[in-house]
Write a protein of this length. Sequence first.
Length: 455
Amino acid sequence: MGVTDVILDITGIGAELQGVGRAADGRVVFVPFALPGERIEADIVREAERYMEGRLTRVIEPAPQRVAPLCPLYGRCGGCRAQHMSYQRSLELKEQVVRQQLERIGGLTKPNVLPALGAEMPWRYRNKGEFFVSTDPATRTPFVGVYALGGNRLLPVDGCMIQSDIAMQAVKVVAQWMQIYCVPAWDAKPAPEGGVRFIVTRVNHVGELMLILCTSGRRLKCLNQLFDMLNTQFPGRFRSLNHLSLASRPTHALDGRIESTQGKRVLYDQLMGLTFEMSPKTFFQVNHAQTEALYECVRRAAALTGNELVVDAYCGCGTISLVLAREAKRVIGVEILEAAVENARLNARRNKLADKTAFYAGDAGELVAGFLRQRERIDVLVVDPPRKGVDAGLLDAIIQVKVPRIVYVSCNPGTLARDVKRLTQEGGYRMEYAQPVDMFAWTEHVESVVLITRA
């Protein structure tokens, strides 16, 4: 018979910062928003053979690090997962998550995991925001929101503690424009010209704003009026309004074609003293200050002397490549998106590093594996893969040609640990250290820079 509610002592932490305890039958129970050191009451919402998932109903004995969340939507919004703890405690637990994954999945004994690097300003740090637009079933008017925890419904949003002020103000202007000019949301009926489904904001380091409206059709009325409203609201700071028509089954908010642009086509941002072009679809790290901290960790791990050939897999628009190119003999970057590769080449020319870099479009696993097998010596390989980790073919090539130094930038401790296990157990490598960096304060996510060398 299943258990409906339990009293638990929380003794550990899960990969998504859930509290972990044990039920009377010995099964592990994961409880979001519970902290190690607490005694809590939870309703069991899901049972499996070896574990259960619970919903926190009462904190009986709180941990000293428990704090009152600042966001009124906390616990209902699907974004932040760590506002119920002090910021320092969140850093400690993220470090613990990285260590646990390297031990349990990576098979390492006492891995050298350094204290997580925290942000000086953990609020209002995001330079990119994605908001959803839908129709209120009661009033039949559009509203802007975020997905609720669990992802099955939208919550109207009036503010967000981790988004920039200008982004949140711009979203409110869009909502007013839709009301004034009767611009429908994508799910309104009838809407033959299509309606607004997503609003994407991008802000550079000096507070200049780009806004992208993502719609279910190729036509969108009254864009000139919106452009004027945004110019009036943000004089001297509003730079670009873009209309994007989404693919028939979009996989993300920017999965579609840019139909029109009013104002500047791109924004410019700076990292580590270099200038980068930011178009509507360009991948760019969302936390400017912590990105510089992350890239400094990459630079130190690479330990370049000026004589090295560096290969940067998953190079995006070339940010890491160009940071390292200033200290390397040559850097080769690989990225699957042709548009990002063009961005990287433009950024190399803009920063006078084109003669020290080369960028290629293609699958990182295939292309970089080919480079590794053809070159006499690759001195440093940088990998910054998506959450799924490094391609198996690329791992094969690394092991085959014995790359002496690998700098692994990870956004997923689980797949990082899986790849480290293969490199250490099959490839003769040693993990020197892992440096967690808190790129996404108050969320469960943690970035890591890991130095791996030939044993």
